[in-house]
Write a protein that binds this ligand. Structure first.
Ligand SMILES: *[C@@H]1O[C@H](CO)[C@@H](O)[C@H](O)[C@H]1NC(C)=O
Ligand SMILES: *[C@@H]1O[C@H](CO)[C@@H](O)[C@H](O)[C@H]1NC(C)=O
Length: 176
């Protein structure tokens, strides 16, 4: 009988873990359903270890922070692409430098302000920042469309950034 005890503990633990996992998934699922891009929201949140433990309303700040960080990572990626494009297409220097200014503002101002605001519990400032990301991304896009229109070389990345900011904004709004 003594040997059975650890096994029982293990079974109980597994059952509990499973239960908390389900709660966690439900919470993330419900939150994402209330955003404009359910699938992007879900894949982004579920791929970040910080969301593994969240399961209650109080944790919405964590979800907001993960979303804002996703905006940050994509913006870093796009800035790298801008630098590569400047080498391969020096004739695009004009629009590329406008994009550079725009995404620099996203990283240095918007994302930084949003992270601080969420951490300090003043989400309305994070809300404004996510609006500005959309404006900056669109500024970059329109600087290019003059030359390119549909073939904008970083179009899908900037679309992703706009979508992520909108999802981030709607999560942040749940905190207001
Ligand atoms: C971006 O979109 C173009 C088509 O517009 C596609 O060829 C390219 O593979 C896409 N890039 C990424 C990283 O998804
Ligand atoms: C969600 O975002 C992805 C990635 O940017 C995009 O391809 C897709 O069209 C978006 N879906 C909706 C419903 O807006």
């Amino acid at each position: 009988m003594r040997n059975l005890f650890p096994i029982l503990m293990l079974i109980t633990n597994l059952a509990l873990n499973n239960d908390s996992n389900n709660n966690n998934n439900n919470f993330i699922d419900e939150t994402c359903r209330a955003t404009p891009n359910y699938s992007l929201c879900l894949t982004t949140l579920q791929s970040d270890p910080r969301t593994y433990e969240v399961k209650e309303g109080d944790d919405i700040t964590t979800l907001g922070l993960v979303m804002v960080d996703a905006v940050k990572l994509k913006s870093i990626e796009i800035i790298k692409m801008l630098k590569d494009l400047e080498k391969s297409h020096p004739e695009w220097r004009g629009p590329l430098s406008q994009c550079y200014v725009a995404y620099n503002a996203v990283l240095r101002a918007d994302v930084t302000v949003a992270v601080e605001a969420l951490k300090k519990g003043v989400p309305k400032f994070a809300d404004h920042s996510m609006d500005d990301v959309v404006v900056e991304a669109q500024t970059c896009e329109s600087s290019f469309s003059y030359y390119y229109k549909l073939d904008f070389p970083i179009f899908n990345l900037s679309r992703d950034i706009i979508e992520l900011s909108k999802v981030a904004k709607s999560i942040i709004k749940m905190l207001l």
